[in-house]
Design a protein around this ligand. Structure first.
Ligand code: HPA
Length: 277
């Protein structure tokens, strides 16, 4: 079946199950499920129930779409995302963003766990993403362009909506949260980086490295959806004296950083929520 048709059938299914009209979608990264506790849950739908939807296999990723309200605003939250390293195509990795587009989502809040390349970064703190470098070796928009979804050559000059990022920063400043801002470089994974690779990424101007987010951001920009993305810095990705890293350590640190990210999102929703009620 054609991708466009598959997306439309997923959307029809979800619309038949849900009462609210969410304008904000939130994607939870590895170990960041704690963010879902902020929601007043209305409906939970397992990915396996949604026609044509992939099923996530990564550790720390549940695999359900949760519809509910946050501060009185209808939101949809993806508890578990799809990664390129799981063997999914870029179209599968970003299918949820297309579904969101057709459901009328205007804002996409993304989270991820990332290694801190910037020497000033301490693990356990959020980084508001200001820009990215796509080092995944692929792009979800490769192939025939679907004109009804967006233009062939989408602009990426403000991929991480600067207005949303500045609202997030204003919110973070008022919280007892030490936060960073910076550039995220995405790799395919699943292997973590070698010291030589980390050194290169630092030279390239990246502040954090991870294995997700960039495909979703590209599709969201194509779709005209505004993006706010925040990384949980989970480890020091510093080439000199690089300590061995495990997924368990990433999840452990992400879990404690998730609470801070949730409070930033909450403040942003308060700020932009009135126009969405
Ligand atoms: N590298 C890549 N992905 C990651 C890292 C890292 O150091 N930490 C969390 N996700």
């Amino acid at each position: 079946m054609e991708y466009v048709q598959m997306v439309k059938e997923s959307v029809e299914f979800l619309k038949s199950k849900v009462n609210g009209k969410p304008r904000i979608a939130i994607v939870l990264g590895s170990g960041l499920s704690i963010i879902k506790e902020s929601l007043d849950v209305e409906t939970k739908i397992g990915y396996s129930e949604i026609p044509h939807f992939p099923v996530s296999t990564a550790p720390g990723h549940a695999g359900e779409m949760i519809f509910g309200r946050w501060n009185g605003v209808d939101v949809v939250l993806m508890n578990g995302r799809f990664h390129f390293y799981e063997g999914y195509s870029m179209k599968e990795v970003t299918m949820a963003v297309r579904v969101f587009q057709l459901m009328g989502i205007k804002y996409l809040f993304l989270t991820n766990a990332a290694g801190g390349l910037n020497h000033a970064f301490e693990p356990g703190h959020p980084m508001i993403i200001t820009d990215h470098i796509n080092f995944m070796g692929d792009n979800p928009l490769i192939g025939k362009n679907v004109e009804e979804w967006g233009v062939r050559f989408p602009d990426m000059s403000d991929a991480y909506n600067s207005n949303l990022a500045s609202i997030a920063e204003d919110v973070a400043k008022e919280l007892p949260v030490e936060y960073y801002k910076g550039v995220y470089v995405a790799v395919a994974g699943p292997s973590f980086e070698t010291p030589a690779e980390l050194k290169m990424f630092r030279y390239l101007g990246a502040d954090a490295v991870g294995m997700s987010t960039v495909p979703e951001v590209i599709v969201a920009n194509h779709a005209g959806i505004k993006v706010l993305a925040i990384s949980a810095i989970t480890d020091r990705a510093i080439p000199e004296g690089l300590a061995p890293l495990t997924a368990e350590e990433v999840l452990r640190v992400a879990e404690k950083t998730g609470i801070q990210i949730a409070s930033i999102f909450e403040g942003v929703i308060k700020e932009i929520g009135d126009e969405l009620k």
